[in-house]
Design a protein around this ligand. Sequence first.
Ligand SMILES: [Fe+2]
Length: 317
Amino acid sequence: MINVAPFADSTPLIGDGDALRARWAEDGALYFHDVIDPKLMAWAEQHYRKALADEELIDLANEVPVWTGKKSDTWRPCDAIGTTVWHEVVRLPMLNAILRELFKADPAWLPIVAHRSAFPEGPLEEGQNIFAGQHQDAFFNEGMNSTICWMPVRDIPDLDHGTFAVAPGTHKLGNLHDRNHPRYRVPEDAIPKDMWRTAPYRVGDVVIFRDDTAHAALPNLSNQFRLSLDLRVGSSLAPQPVAGTVDSVNGHDVTIRSDDTGELVTVHVSEETFIREMNPYPRVPIGELSRVAYPGARVLAMAGKDRMAKVLRRNRY
Ligand SMILES: [Fe+2]
């Protein structure tokens, strides 16, 4: 049985900007109820179900997304939904209102979205570390300063159904990732176990957290998929990444046609750039830049005024 302390409810703070920002500064993670339109999520769930059924991972005859037992090599099968669902979610007024209070500026949504369907994993093993997936997104998205909005797409009946945990306050601990580990794992003892918080999330809930606040998906001991959606957003006043299609690559210069402006933007990739692919390892060596950057590739780059790319990553949208 999964046993983690309950996550404080910040819903009563909605409408009190100072209180929201104080808890945001202290915890780096906030949990709200009744922010996401349940009708929209019910519609989203049908898209998730179709994507899973298309891969024969669930049987649509079941109302519950019970795993058929079939394996899949597809990285996040529900990402096949594309922009249909998340383009609606980012329009939700209350979600934007909360973010506007946190940022004291309009939110700027990034085209980085994950439609997750967590497979059942079987029973816990003796001594298994349930936080084994602990990480800070900021390590993989340096300089992007994004905020993550995580939400369940269907109710999570209890903590054994593969819920999601955050460790409020870990944004104050700096980088926790081991730069010498091939997958840059966070060492198990880097985060005291009593810092973790979670909940059996319901549709309508949203967890908003900083990209340097540690978080982890917890083991799914049930027989069904856990369905969730996570979005990235930042302050419209902060430097924005360039998202678009690679036009050309000239040595270590990557020229991208920006989706936003239609203009060509050239960023320079160096040994310092985190060229990101995630499989099989998070970081691509600069000598293999062409795995991510080639004409026609969809990418997202974060660069300073000097156009030196801090991050260059494949993008799906
Ligand atoms: Fe993450």
